[in-house]
Design a protein around this ligand. Structure first.
Ligand code: 13P
Length: 252
């Protein structure tokens, strides 16, 4: 199983800058045995795709989706629309969406299922707040969020799903979660998947760590058992910095 590294630009880079980022990143020397994707704003998908041309590295990812196929949902974008851009992965339930847009676990479950049905790999984000971390409620929160998110997924589907453990207090804070703590969190997530969908399915799910990952700490995460890659925010905005991070993660 290749490690998976996903750049999450969040609300950065419209079409003009997106094209430039992709062209610059394509000039980076990149390791082979790793999967790399870039999650861009919807409005930048066309430009990113055009700059990629037929190249498949990095894969294209979206940052959100709506669960219905089409209809009267002003402002929303469906999985089949994302598919038209050759999107391979799509984030769902990022904590910023849960916090600022009141996205519920029920919505996250519907989005993940819609993506799987369209053949796009959902990257389901889960994680606890600083207050929950202090109260030692992390495992409880992860069990709740994971159980809810996989409720509508089909364990027999050919389309995989991915989890990203992102403790909210570690996002953009420069205070990454200690790798052993992340390892425990990943075990909790994988445990829930195993209980609900079986050990075989759980063993194949890639669980990424996200939260202040950079080229200085990526090695620590990627070499920790049960951590299968990273979801990277700030350190992905500069294509050369993200290129270095990819090379550091998987030295050739
Ligand atoms: P940072 O890497 O900037 O902490 O962001 C993490 C994140 O939220 C990625 O989805």
């Amino acid at each position: 199983m290749n490690a998976l590294l996903i750049a999450n630009w969040k609300m950065h880079y419209g079409p003009i800058k997106a094209g430039g980022w992709v062209r610059a990143f394509r000039r980076e020397r990149l390791p082979k045995d790793v999967d790399i994707a870039v999650a861009v704003p919807h409005v930048s998908l066309a430009a990113a795709r055009a700059s990629l041309g037929r190249a498949s590295i990095p894969s294209l990812a979206a940052q959100d989706v709506f669960w219905d196929k089409d209809g009267s949902f002003t402002g929303e974008v469906s999985a089949s629309m994302l598919d038209e851009f050759g999107v391979q992965y799509c984030l769902v339930g990022h904590s910023e969406r849960r916090t600022y847009l009141n996205e519920t676990s029920e919505m996250v479950a519907k989005k993940a299922a819609a993506l799987q049905e369209a053949g796009i790999v959902p990257v389901i984000c889960v994680g606890e707040t600083a207050a929950e971390y202090k109260k030692k409620e992390t495992n409880k929160i992860l069990r709740q969020q994971t159980t809810a998110a996989i409720a509508k997924l089909n364990p027999d589907s050919k389309t995989a799903f991915v989890f990203a453990y992102e403790p909210i207090w570690a996002i953009g804070s420069g205070k990454p979660c200690p790798s052993q703590r992340a390892r425990e969190a990943h075990e909790v997530i994988r445990g829930v998947i195993a209980k609900k969908m079986g050990e075989t399915v759980a063993a194949k799910v890639r669980i990424l760590y996200g939260g202040s990952v950079d080229s200085n700490n990526i090695t620590e995460y990627i070499t920790t058992t049960g951590i299968d890659g990273a979801l990277v925010g700030g350190a992905s905005l500069d294509p050369r910095v993200f290129g270095l991070l990819c090379r550091t993660a998987v030295p050739s």
